[in-house]
Design a protein around this ligand. Sequence first.
Ligand code: PLP
Length: 285
Amino acid sequence: RIAYVNGRFVPHGEAVVHIEDRGYQLADAVYEVWAVFGGKLADAEGHFARLERSLSELSIDMPMSRKALTIVLKEALRRNRVREGMVYLQVSRGVAPREHAFPLNPIAPSVVITVSMVDRTVSEAKAAKGVGVVTTPENRWGRCDIKTVGLLPNALAKQKAREAGAAEAWFVDELGFVTEGASSNAWIVDREGRLRTRDTNANILRGITRRTLMDVIAEEGLSVDERPFTPDDAHHAQEAFITGAGSLVLPVVSLDGKPIGGGKPGQVAMKLRRLYIERAKATAI
Ligand code: PLP
């Protein structure tokens, strides 16, 4: 495997950043993940726009133009012969002697790219079975709209899910509403049959898959109620699913061990998965 680090493609095992990289010491870094279909980037525009926004919120410069970044991302895929998979990009503020405040003199951001392969046959089998989710108290910071590598609460939540035999954890806020998943956005088809997902004015990540799926849903003549829901709403829902560059659209069949929708993937979720993937393939660059 080949990784990209600060201008160079290097063997994955030799790809390193400095011990005083601010991403390593302070989680002063942002990232993006693109799903890859046929060697091409899905929802490319949306992910670039969010990357620029995340960087700008932290006053980190875009390390190179979108055009240059696209070339490097695709070159990383090409060198690893990845046709179906994911590409990960991380940009940190850079390397400087450890101090909380930003370095006084401008430093170059660190740029890292890694790729991974996905076996679509395995993912489709997983989707056809559906996955379990556990709930966990929302304990993250107040800027989850920025896609930073400060993912310790997310990592702990995912570990809790794994230990319960589930695939994802849904954070639940102080008012009892689901915010989002540890690495996905949360959706239900409520008992009235309406699609429901939390609004993005809340402290959650504005998922790009979520955004594209909204367009797909509108084209299907369906509507989405952008309103938070509780775990209890989910227990009584007809269906539930999650969206993200990793999961795409993935049916959820249980919450905290209790089945949703009879414990089987819902028709709406499976249809939206198919339509999302078709669209992502057709618009990938
Ligand atoms: N919410 C969180 C916390 C995430 O980490 C992710 C990304 O993986 C998502 C939502 C989904 O976002 P996207 O669809 O842009 O991948």
